[in-house]
Design a protein around this ligand. Sequence first.
Ligand code: THU
Length: 134
Amino acid sequence: MTDAKVTRDLLAAAAAAREHAHAPYSGFRVGAAVRTADGRVFTGCNIENATYGLTLCAERVAVFKAMSEGAREFVQVAVVADTDPLTPPCGACRQILSEFCPRAEIVLSNLAGRVETRRIEELFPSPFHERFFR
Ligand code: THU
């Protein structure tokens, strides 16, 4: 269980990242933030593209930004959108979170301050994994 202030700060970072969402096609803005075991925070927002299919979700932007800076151990992932019920990671992001953030607490929130916590095993119980081919 993460300290409440640490969680609030990560949610605030995700909400701030959401402000940078590039979502001219859907109008749906999402922010994400990941916290590493050594306390670093990386953020992401969704970035849409005219092809639609090349759109990247906020969660994947945050995880890939972090990994490209050398981060590997993730303890918390925050996702903020303006929905109720809360927006969970999409299927593609669940695969990524399952592989790269398997132990992270996933905290969902909206702009009204509703907060819920999930585990990736609950959201994505049967992931594809390298053990299938190695
Ligand atoms: N999106 C995210 O960024 N994260 C989610 O968890 C769900 C969906 C984005 C992708 C797209 O830009 C928009 O929301 C609508 O699907």
